[in-house]
Design a binder for this molecule. Structure first.
Ligand SMILES: C[S@@+](CC[C@H](N)C(=O)[O-])C[C@H]1O[C@@H](n2cnc3c(N)ncnc32)[C@H](O)[C@@H]1O
Length: 338
């Protein structure tokens, strides 16, 4: 892998500022967020650190290059001019995805096909082969065309970073782990301030809060594509992981609770909390939100209430909204922060 890379961190709409704050806290000088992407200069160690340690990022990508692409010829020529041989070995499996916004080229499947053709022809020439076997590790390439400017990325993460690995069973309307972490970070709570999620479902918000409080790296229990690549210096990752592990504090005094009216959800939340290594840091209990009370004067409630279509009917949601007012809070449907 090249030593000098331009990295691009993707973040969901609305939480880019939180991801940028995380990057500052890790010691980076990130660019402003544009179209859900934050760029920074780095090397193989930063690929590891960003994948392992960012709680709110979607993916960590390497920018291979950018060029104007108003026609398919320009797309082919532009892609074929980039140094893919510095990233992809001769047996790499190449998977291309495409996205286009406000551009003359908009048919995703054609963009994908032309970009792949250009990459394959470049690599075949460089490796002196008639065709590529694609029998090795996976290399996911993303072609993003915005206002006729194409940028080509190599995805180092593989599956989106919200997939932490602890939520192994499905639940009706789970919140993305990255969004739950963003809500916790946005609330500005310090790690020992009491926190309750009165609609905890499968436990995502309390689990993310407990992992943040104890310093568990968000990517600890998952795989990353870059770790499968033969030219990635594995020791760099192992050292960064060891350094992150040494900072975990399982003995931190947390006051984090999750409640749900549905016993099945509480059992699921317990399972996920155990998988996530924070079952000892969270109190989980079946309880109707209407029965919630706390003697603690300065706690925070962060919840993702049931909302219309997917979980309950509108009447029920409206009644819950009314009951929520007893907490002296505002109420918005969807993911809400109190
Ligand atoms: C949108 S889901 C929460 C999903 C959760 N954030 C997650 O990641 O799994 C809303 C939850 O509210 C629960 N719920 C509905 N009415 C409730 C009530 N009156 N009191 C407590 N929980 C309730 C549902 O059982 C459901 O699990």
């Amino acid at each position: 892998m090249k030593e000098n890379l331009l990295l691009s961190i993707s973040s969901s709409s609305g939480i880019e500022a939180v991801t940028k704050r995380e990057l500052f806290d890790l010691g980076y000088a990130p660019s402003p967020a544009v179209n859900g992407r934050i760029n920074l200069e780095g090397g193989p160690g930063d690929v590891a650190r960003c994948n392992l340690c960012l709680a709110t990022a979607g993916r960590v990508l390497i920018i291979i290059g950018s060029f104007k692409a108003e026609t398919f010829d320009e797309l082919f020529e532009g892609a074929a001019s980039l140094d893919f041989e510095n990233y992809i070995p001769k047996d790499g499996e190449i998977i291309v995805s495409a996205n286009s916004v406000k551009s003359k080229l908009f048919a995703r499947s054609s963009i994908q096909a032309i970009a792949k053709k250009a990459i394959v022809s470049r690599l075949a020439k460089k490796y002196n082969l008639n065709s590529l076997p694609e029998s090795g590790e996976r290399y996911r390439i993303e072609v993003n065309i915005q206002s006729d400017a194409a940028t080509i990325y190599l995805d180092t993460s593989g599956e989106g970073l919200h997939k932490r690995g602890y939520r192994d069973l499905a639940s009706p309307a789970p919140l993305k782990e990255t969004l739950a972490a963003a809500l916790v970070l946005l609330s500005g709570r310090n790690n020992t301030r009491p926190l309750a999620d009165v609609f905890c479902g499968s436990g995502t918000i309390p689990i993310e809060a407990a992992r943040i409080a104890s310093g568990i790296p968000p990517g600890l229990n998952r795989k990353f594509d870059f770790l499968e690549w033969k030219d990635y210096p594995r020791k760099i990752f192992d050292d960064i992981k060891a350094e992150s592990l040494s900072k975990i504090n399982y003995n931190i005094e947390t006051h984090i609770a999750g409640y749900d009216i549905d016993e099945k959800q509480i059992k699921l939340a317990m399972r996920h909390a155990k998988n996530a290594g924070v079952d000892k840091l969270i109190h989980l209990q079946r309880r109707d939100m209407r029965e919630f009370s706390s003697k603690i004067p300065r706690g925070a409630i962060i919840s993702n209430p049931p909302y219309g279509e997917r979980l309950s009917d509108e009447k029920e949601v409206a009644a819950l909204a009314k009951d929520l007012k007893k907490f002296g809070t505002g109420f918005r449907t969807g993911a809400s922060l109190f």
